[in-house]
Design a protein around this ligand. Structure first.
Ligand code: SF4
Length: 488
C-alpha cells in the first residue's frame, strides 16, 4: 500500500514531477554529498536534465526548484513568498549557497544542461547532479577529465516520488515505498481491496487507517490528515484573494478572485438561490483557485500531482460547503479513501503525465475524488470502487499537452471540469448497486495500456496537441523562451 504520506505531499507549484520531485532530488543529493565530503571542498555544481524534464523544465520551474533544493529548501517547508529572494543571489551574482553553508560560483547558463533529446532508460523524467571538487584528492565516485566528482542520477516518477539510479536497477525495491513491510490488510488491486473490506467488515477508510497505523501512531496520521486539509483550505483561500497574471509569458489572467467576488455578491440574490447549479460554480472556483496558486509557484498539496492538485480540494470543499453532514473526521475519511484509489492506480498504472499523459494526473485525481465522495455519500465499498472506475473511465486517453510547457492551459480549467465530473461519477455510482460492466482494475489496466500506446508528443513534452495548436505565435517546448503573448 502506498501511504497517505506518500500520495499527498505538501509541496510547491507548478508540478509534482517537474518541480517538487527535482527539489526532493536536490535535497537527497545534498544529504548524500554531505555524508561523503566536507561541503567546503565543493567548487562547482552541474545539473543535467533529460527527457521531459528538459523539454518542459523551464515552464515547470525545474531549474529553480533544483537550485532552491541545493540551497537546502524543502518543498513542504519553503515559504514560497520569498522564492525569488532566495534565487536572486544566483541569478544576480552567480552565487549559490550550498545547504546555506558554502558559497560557490554558479552560472545557470554554463552549469545547467538541457538534454531534451536524451531519454534515460528508466523514466522520461531524469536528472543528474554533479559536484566537482576543488581538491582532486577529495572523495570521488567518478573521475571525469581529471576532476574529482560526486554524481547521482535521479528519476522523478510523478507525484513528487523520486528514486535514485541504484533503486531503479533493483527490482526488489518498491519505488513508491522502499521501506514497505507487512501491513495488516494488503491489497494489490481493487478486487483484493473489496475482498479485504468484505472479509474484515471494514470500510475503505477504516482499512487504510489500519494500514497507516502499522507504521505510525493514529495521532500522527490524524495530524498529517489535518495538515493536508489545512493546506488545501489555505490554498483555496489564497487563490480566491489573488488577482493578476500568471508567470511564464502566456499572460493568463487569474480568474478565481473575480469569480469569488461575483459568487459572494450573488449569495444574497434570490435568483442565485433559485439557481440549482450554484454549487457547480463554487466547485469551479475552488479548483481554479488551487490551480492558479499552483501555476504561480504557491504552496499546494500534490493530490496526487500538482497539475491535478485542484480536483480533490474542490470536491472536499464541496463536501464542506454543500453537505450539512460535513465533519473534519469525514474529511479525513475522504482523504483515506482517495489514498486507496490513488495507490491502486499508482501501483498498477501511473500517476505521471510524462508516462501516460493527463489521464494519469487529472484522470487519477478524478477517480480518487469520485471514490472518496461516494464513501462520504454513504456508498458501499462496491459503490466507491464503481465511482472511482467511472472517474477514470471517462478520462481515458486524456493527453498531456500544456501550452508552452506551462501548467496553465489546459491544466487549470481541466481541474474544474474533472472536479464536477468526479461528483457526477460519485452520484451515478451511489444510485447504482455497485455492479458495473468495467471493473476498476480493468479501467486502470486500460489506462496503462493507453498510456503505452500514446505518442510521446502527448506526454508532457509540449510537442503535440494544444501545446502546438494552430497559433504559431505560441512557442512549442518552452526551453528558455520568454513568451510575449497578449491574450490567452
Ligand atoms: S495537461 Fe494534465 S498532465 Fe499535463 S501538465 Fe497539465 S495537468 Fe499535468
Amino acid at each position: 500500500m502506498i501511504s497517505v504520506f506518500d500520495l499527498f505531499k505538501i509541496g510547491i507549484g507548478p508540478s509534482s514531477s517537474h518541480t517538487v520531485g527535482p527539489m526532493v532530488a536536490a535535497n537527497t543529493f545534498l544529504a548524500a554529498l554531505q555524508s561523503q565530503v566536507d561541503l567546503a571542498s565543493v567548487q562547482q555544481i552541474e545539473v543535467e536534465l533529460f527527457g521531459s524534464l528538459a523539454a518542459t523544465g523551464k515552464g515547470h520551474a525545474t531549474d529553480t526548484a533544483i537550485l532552491l533544493g541545493l540551497q537546502g529548501h524543502k518543498p513542504n517547508t519553503i515559504d514560497t513568498r520569498y522564492s525569488e529572494d532566495y534565487l536572486a543571489p544566483i541569478y544576480n551574482e552567480q552565487l549559490l549557497s550550498l545547504a546555506g553553508q558554502h558559497n560557490i560560483q554558479f552560472d545557470a547558463e554554463r552549469d545547467i544542461f538541457w538534454h531534451s533529446d536524451i531519454v534515460l532508460p528508466y523514466h522520461p523524467n531524469a536528472l543528474t547532479l554533479r559536484a566537482i571538487f576543488a581538491d582532486p584528492a577529495a572523495n570521488s565516485d567518478h573521475t571525469t577529465q581529471h576532476r574529482a566528482t560526486f554524481q547521482q542520477t535521479y528519476y522523478s516518477i510523478g507525484g513528487g516520488f523520486v528514486i535514485n539510479e541504484a533503486d531503479a536497477d533493483n527490482p526488489e525495491v518498491d519505488p513508491a515505498n522502499p521501506s514497505i513491510g507487512a501491513i495488516p490488510y494488503p491489497f494489490n488491486n481493487a478486487e483484493e481491496l473489496l475482498k479485504q473490506c468484505q472479509t474484515h467488515n471494514l470500510s475503505i477508510s477504516e482499512l487504510v487507517m489500519a494500514n497507516e497505523c502499522h507504521y505510525r501512531s493514529s495521532e500522527e496520521v490524524v495530524a498529517y490528515l489535518d495538515d493536508i486539509w489545512a493546506v488545501m483550505q489555505a490554498c483555496v483561500s489564497q487563490g480566491c484573494q489573488t488577482a493578476g497574471v500568471l508567470p511564464g509569458g502566456l499572460n493568463v489572467k487569474r480568474r478565481a478572485s473575480a469569480l469569488y467576488q461575483q459568487l459572494t455578491l450573488e449569495l444574497d440574490r434570490p435568483e442565485a438561490k433559485n439557481d440549482r447549479l450554484q454549487a457547480m460554480e463554487w466547485i469551479n472556483l475552488y479548483a481554479l483557485a488551487v490551480n492558479e496558486e499552483n501555476a504561480n509557484g504557491g504552496k499546494v498539496v500534490t493530490a496526487p500531482t500538482n497539475g491535478a492538485a485542484g480536483i480533490i480540494p474542490a470536491v472536499l470543499h464541496y463536501y464542506r460547503d454543500f453537505d450539512e453532514s460535513f465533519s473534519v473526521s469525514g474529511a479525513h475519511d475522504f482523504l483515506l479513501v482517495a489514498t486507496a484509489i490513488g495507490s491502486l492506480i499508482k501501483q498498477n498504472a501511473s500517476i505521471s503525465g510524462a508516462e501516460v499523459g493527463c489521464q494519469g494526473e487529472v484522470g487519477s485525481a478524478c477517480s480518487m475524488a469520485a471514490g472518496a465522495l461516494a464513501h462520504i455519500l454513504g456508498g458501499s465499498v462496491a459503490q466507491c470502487l464503481n465511482a472511482a472506475e467511472i472517474g477514470i473511465e471517462h478520462n481515458l486517453g486524456l493527453t498531456c499537452d500544456p501550452i508552452a510547457g506551462l501548467v496553465q492551459v489546459p491544466c487549470i480549467e481541466r481541474n474544474a471540469m474533472a472536479a464536477v465530473k468526479a461528483i457526477n461519477a460519485a452520484r451515478l455510482a451511489y444510485r447504482g448497486n455497485g455492479e458495473h460492466c468495467v471493473s476498476l482494475d480493468k479501467a486502470i489496466q486500460t489506462m496503462k495500456q493507453t498510456g503505452e500506446d500514446m505518442s510521446d508528443k502527448y506526454k508532457e513534452t509540449a510537442r503535440g496537441g494544444l501545446a502546438v495548436y494552430a497559433d504559431s505565435r505560441i512557442p512549442t517546448a518552452s526551453i528558455g523562451v520568454t513568451v510575449n503573448y497578449s491574450q490567452c
